[in-house]
Structure formats: structure tokens, C-alpha cells
Design a protein around this ligand. Structure first.
Ligand code: ADP
Ligand code: MG
Length: 669
């Protein structure tokens, strides 16, 4: 019958082509014997390869079906290195007719029209999981709906129905998969070690549990409970249950909810602060991305998380972070890949900013909660033209030569007094702001503020509202502060480095970097030939992205350094030429395309900042603290070291056996 079918088609095709082959009969006969319509079991077995890569994919499909069936509880039992999989749910079950259909190819209850594809809220919708899984395993299904007095049992082996009869069982569905890949030996060969396959299952179920905190999920491997969630829809609780972390330590994780009604984006996140090293990992597996109830690996979200922690933790460190993102189904395409892990967004940049903004804001708020101080929202100095390089970068104050941050450098009255590039119109010099002058602030990294929604909760922390007082300096290294929480010890180098780093980042992302024009351009005669070649090559980039404006003198062909990036106007520990040299050195090594700007800024900031051992005047310390608190993320230095430590009042009270402090001493003047 198969052969007749083929002949008929072949003849039709040949007629269409208007050809009359000499021995049609023989040829069709020959072709018919080698071209076969595959029996459906075989088609399913081949298609199964796409859906069912490994035991973990079976688990995923079956658990997702259970959740789609409205189950509030799903038990997953794994045995025999992942070759035996049992999923029991309390969902709506299937009646005898439904269950027979469910195992047919492209049988789905989840999609009826083409338009449904644009608005799919259920997890599976291709209608091929059950057909595929049952084609390559021995599968038993027990299922019962509320309307049926009895359930049914159905057994399929290698795609062939073996049993189908009524059976007593509770409402819901149990799927038992045995001997996975028994009839596809090639696939079996590609499986990794049992340990790896089981680990993959565990990771898959962790993701499923995280993406459905409202479903009670349990996983038992070889008769041992791996984890169990309570389905209470509490994120931190779910996280601690999934990873087996102590609830007390998980409680210390940060949690945030963030919404943008305009773009209909909603995010919930649980993550470690830069200080919580026990939650820092060495791989990206520390990051979980859950989009509209599905675990995804998404480059955009991963980059957003990376960005949120950029400059707060050392390179190669991944603080634990789980992000639950919800958006309209029309804004995202999850149907790119059959296993639905890759996603495409309609507005990826918006999503990126939303996620970075959400995490960063929570970090800022946590800073306040931890230290009792408002971070950010403070005034920042405006760039000043510098007098001349030998005066512009005085050595930091020594016990003999005390200089003062708040004493402004002389301001040239005429803008013509300092050098200006022909194309650039620098803002006219402004008086150096005193720290309480109420200058409008541009919080570093403010680009990542959310698109809308409620603004940062930190109120402006002007000098009048200050919640801290500088007590003094310890070992010429730490600035001591009285704060509402206690005695805060601030590392002067790291605090200053943080500020410098954020300035440089702001600078490089600003459309027009804020520069300090040098009154007397510095002749760059110390540069080597190689450095000069690199300078010539990257001159526009250095000016536009970094704020190093170098011009070549027409007469003697020497390079002049005419402006430098905005940093502390009246102090530097290395000269601008040394700064430029550091940049040139990195450019020489990597080139602009691969330039690790984060590292470059971190290096520059480290060189530029106040050092440990520098003696600071009271005013200098105040300025340092004001600047530091103006940082968008005053947590830690770009290398991940913490900046401040508070010895809490309670700790002191307990030590001295004092019930509480006199009220007046807590309020900081
Ligand atoms: P899809 O999930 O893409 O629809 P599947 O092959 O996974 O395709 O499942 C086919 C159908 O079988 C589903 O649409 C659903 O109606 C039914 N089904 C599968 N698993 C369950 C379950 N655990 N409980 C109730 N119905 C189920
Ligand atoms: Mg499915």
C-alpha cells in the first residue's frame, strides 16, 4: 500500500515535469523501495531528540505539564541515575478521552488558534512532549479528574500503547517514565555520567521551584529528599528551601520589588550584597533568571546583573542573584527555541535599564539600612580649571604642609586665561562650591535609575541634616565617624577610590565628559615613541570617552595635554601625565575594542585616591566623607573591598554593661 501511494505521487510529479522516462515502472519501483513514509512511532522517536535531550528535559516537560494542569503540589522522584522518573501532581487530571489524545503528536489543550501563540501563559504549548517522551521510554500514566469516579492507567512502550484500563487513583496525574532512551541507543551513548545527569535534573528542578514559588515542589533522588519548597510564594523562603540554606542567613539577603507601570514591567529579586561573601560564587550559575514563570538563560538579563554589581565586587565574582521578571507576553518571544530557554525582547534596552536600576536602588537602600546613613543625593564639585600642573596636583597634605579641601584654588576671572580646544566650549568657570552650597546633583550612575515609578527613598542629605560627625583620624588611615548606629570606621583610601571610580564611570558614559581644562597645557615630552603612536591613534577616543584632551602643537609637533578627567580638583597623588600613561599602557596591551574600561577606571581611581598614611585635616576628612556618601554605591571599592565598618552602639553598651546611651549623645550634631 505504501508502494502504491508512492508510485502515484511520483507519477504525478513526473507528469507535471512533462518528462517520460524510459523505464518508469522499474524506476518508480526502485525508488519506492528506498523512500518510505516513516511510521508515526519512528517520527516521534526522531522528533523526541529535539525535545528530550536528556533526563532533565523529561523532568522539565512533565513538571511544567503538572503546573499547567493547576497543581499546587508536585512530587518528583528520581531513581536509577535519572532513568526512572516519577512525577506526581494534584492538578486537574485527564479523563479517559483526554489522556488518549494527550499522547498523540501535536496534541495540546493549550493552543487552538494561531493568535494564541502571541499570548501564551502556560509553559508547554507545542503538544509534543508526551508523544516524544513515550516514544523513547516505557511510560505509565495514572490520571483522574474530579468528575470521574475512577482514574485510568495507560502504558506506552516505545510509542506503542500496551495497556489502557480503569484504575482507582486520586485526582491528579502520575507519570512514571522508565528505561529512558531504551530504543535510541545513540542518544543513550551521548548521556553524561549518572552523576552529571542527576545534577542536571537537580538544577532543572531548582529552576522550576524558583520560577513557581507558589507551588509546593519536592525532589527526591535515590530515595533521599534533595529539597522541598512550601509553595507559600515567599521568595527568600523559597530560595533558602531550594538551596538548603539556613533561613537566618538567607534572611540577610536583599529583596526588592520593583514596578514600572508605564512599560508594564515588574521585577522581584533576591540577591546578596557585595559584603555577603558567603553568597558569592565563582560562576554565573549563581544567577537565576525567571521570566514570566520560566527559567531562562538570557544574555541581556545576565549583562544587567553584571552591570548592577559592576565595580562592587571583584572581577570573576558572582554574588547570588535571582530575578523574577514579569512583562506582557507580547513584549517577549520565548518561542525561539524548542526547549524555550532563549528569549527575545521587543525592547531589550528598556528591560536592561529596568533590571540594573532595580538592583542598584535596592543596594543603595540597603546601605542606608546597614549604616544608618543616606547614600547619594549629595552635592558634587564641579570641574575647575587648574592653575598649572605643578600647583594643580600638590602632594597630599603632610603634617607640615596642611592643605584644605574647602579652600578653593584661585579662580581665573577670564575664561581666556586657560587653554581651550577650538571645538569645545567648556562651561565657564564656577566658584568652587562649598560643601553646603546646595548645588544640583547628578548622582553618579543615575542613568540606571528606573524609567519611572517611585524615586529613590533617600532624602537629600544636606549638611544641616547630616547624620554623622567626624571624630578624627586613626593611624592616618581610617576616618572615624559618629553615626546613629555607632562608631563608623571608614577606610580613607577605599572611600576616596570609590568616589574617583564613580566619577570616571560617569565621565565615560556621559555624552560629553566633564573635563578639567589645564590652564597651562602640559608638554608631553616624557612619552616614548610607542606611547606617542598610541596617543595619535586613540586621540579622539581619549578625548571623548576619557576626558584626556591631547593636541599636537603645530610648530614643534609636540603633544600637549590640555585637559584631564574631572576628579578632585585640588589634589592628586599621581600627576595627570602619569594617569595618561596608565591609559596608554592599557590601550597598548588591548586596543580600544577590548579595553576593559572597568579595570582601567579602577586602576586610575586607585592611583588618584587619597592614600592610607595621608594625614587629613578635619575639613579634608569631611570632604572625603561627603564625597563618599555622594557615591551611588558606597558599598565597596571597585576591587570589592569593604569601605566602612560600624562598631554598633549596642555592642559597646553590652561591653560596658550599660543599658542604653544618654539620648543626647545619639543625635548627631
Ligand atoms: P503541551 O504541554 O505542549 O500541550 P504535552 O505533550 O506536554 O503538550 O501535553 C499534551 C496535553 O496533555 C496537554 O496539553 C494537557 O492537556 C495534557 N496533560 C499533560 N500532562 C498533564 C498533567 N500532568 N495533568 C493534566 N493534563 C496533562
Ligand atoms: Mg507540555
Amino acid at each position: 500500500m505504501m508502494a502504491t501511494f508512492h508510485k502515484h505521487h511520483l507519477q504525478e510529479a513526473l507528469t507535471l515535469l512533462n518528462t517520460t522516462p524510459p523505464s518508469l515502472a522499474e524506476e518508480t519501483e526502485a525508488l519506492a523501495s528506498c523512500i518510505q513514509i516513516l511510521p508515526p512511532e519512528l517520527v516521534n522517536r526522531i522528533a523526541a531528540g529535539e525535545v528530550v535531550e536528556r533526563p532533565a528535559s523529561v523532568v522539565k516537560e512533565l513538571v511544567e505539564n503538572a503546573i499547567d494542569a493547576g497543581a499546587s503540589s508536585v512530587q518528583i522522584t528520581i531513581g536509577n541515575a535519572g532513568n526512572t522518573i516519577r512525577i506526581a501532581d494534584n492538578g486537574k487530571g485527564m479523563n479517559p478521552k483526554e489522556v488518549q489524545l494527550a499522547f498523540l503528536n501535536h496534541a495540546t489543550s493549550k493552543i487552538k488558534h494561531a493568535e494564541d501563540l502571541d499570548a501564551i501563559f502556560t509553559l508547554g504549548f507545542r503538544g509534543e512532549a508526551l508523544a516524544s517522551i513515550s516514544a523513547i521510554s516505557k511510560l505509565s500514566c495514572y490520571t483522574r479528574t474530579q468528575a470521574q469516579p475512577d482514574g485510568v492507567q495507560l502504558v506506552i512502550e516505545g510509542g506503542k500503547l500496551c495497556h489502557f484500563h480503569p484504575i482507582g487513583c486520586s485526582i491528579g496525574t502520575v507519570m512514571e517514565v522508565d528505561d529512558l532512551f531504551f530504543n535510541t541507543p545513540a542518544r543513550l551513548k551521548f548521556l553524561k555520567s549518572p552523576k552529571t545527569e542527576v545534577a542536571q535534573i537537580e538544577e532543572m528542578v531548582q529552576g522550576l521551584a524558583l520560577s513557581h514559588p507558589n507551588v509546593q515542589l519536592s525532589l527526591a533522588i535515590n530515595e533521599k529528599l534533595a529539597f522541598k519548597t512550601d509553595g507559600q510564594d515567599q521568595l527568600k523562603q523559597t530560595v533558602s528551601q531550594v538551596f538548603g540554606w539556613q533561613p537566618e542567613s538567607t534572611n540577610a539577603l536583599l529583596e526588592t520589588t520593583f514596578e514600572d507601570p508605564l512599560s508594564n514591567l515588574k521585577m522581584r529579586a533576591v540577591f546578596a550584597s557585595p559584603a555577603q561573601e558567603s553568597f558569592h560564587k565563582r560562576t554565573k550559575k549563581a544567577w537565576w533568571m525567571l521570566l514570566n514563570g520560566r527559567t531562562v538563560r538570557c544574555a541581556i538579563l545576565a549583562t544587567a546583573i553584571k552591570k548592577a554589581f559592576e565595580g562592587l565586587v571583584p572581577h570573576g565574582v558572582y554574588p547570588f542573584c535571582a530575578v523574577w521578571l514579569e512583562m506582557p507576553a507580547t513584549e517577549v518571544d520565548v518561542n525561539v527555541h524548542p526547549t524555550k530557554k532563549e528569549v527575545r525582547y521587543a525592547h531589550s534596552e528598556q528591560i536592561f535599564k529596568f533590571v540594573v536600576g532595580g538592583i542598584r536602588r535596592a543596594l543603595q537602600e540597603q546601605f542606608h539600612a546597614t549604616y544608618g546613613l543616606h547614600a547619594s543625593m549629595q552635592q558634587q564639585p564641579v570641574p575647575q580649571p587648574l592653575e598649572a600642573h605643578q600647583h594643580a596636583y600638590p602632594a597630599f597634605a603632610t603634617p607640615n604642609t596642611r592643605s584644605d579641601f574647602t579652600s578653593a584654588p584661585p579662580i581665573p576671572q577670564q575664561s581666556g586665561m586657560f587653554w581651550r580646544s577650538p571645538t569645545e566650549q567648556p562651561s565657564s568657570p564656577q566658584p568652587y562650591p562649598s560643601s553646603n552650597s546646595g548645588m544640583p546633583t547628578q548622582t553618579a550612575l543615575a542613568f540606571y535609575e528606573p524609567l519611572s515609578g517611585t524615586g529613590p527613598s533617600a532624602s537629600p542629605n544636606t549638611l544641616q541634616q547630616r547624620q554623622w560627625r567626624v571624630i578624627g583620624q586613626l593611624f592616618n588611615t581610617y576616618v572615624l565617624l559618629e553615626t546613629p548606629k555607632g562608631l563608623m570606621v571608614v577606610d580613607q583610601h577605599i572611600a576616596s577610590e570609590r568616589w574617583c571610580y564613580e566619577q570616571l564611570v560617569t565621565q565615560s558614559t556621559a555624552e560629553k565628559p566633564v573635563v578639567q581644562p589645564l590652564l597651562n597645557p602640559i608638554v608631553l615630552d616624557v612619552l616614548s615613541a610607542e606611547q606617542m603612536a598610541i596617543l595619535a591613534q586613540y586621540q579622539p577616543w581619549l578625548k571623548e570617552r576619557m576626558g584626556f584632551d591631547c593636541q599636537r602643537n603645530q610648530t614643534d609637533n609636540l603633544w600637549l595635554l590640555c585637559s584631564v578627567p574631572q576628579l578632585y580638583p585640588n589634589r592628586k597623588t599621581i600627576s595627570p601625565v602619569q594617569q595618561l600613561e596608565a591609559v596608554l599602557e592599557q590601550l597598548a596591551q588591548t586596543g580600544e575594542a577590548e579595553l576593559d574600561t572597568e579595570l582601567l577606571f579602577a586602576t586610575l581611581a586607585c592611583h588618584t585616591a587619597v592614600r592610607a598614611g595621608d594625614v587629613l585635616s578635619q575639613a579634608q576628612m569631611e570632604r572625603l566623607v561627603v564625597d563618599w556618601l555622594a557615591c551611588s554605591l558606597p558599598w565597596s571599592c571597585p576591587h570589592g573591598r569593604p569601605i566602612a565598618h560600624t562598631i554598633e552602639a549596642d555592642e559597646l553598651n553590652a561591653f560596658f554593661d550599660r543599658p542604653s546611651l544618654p539620648v543626647s549623645s545619639v543625635a548627631v550634631r
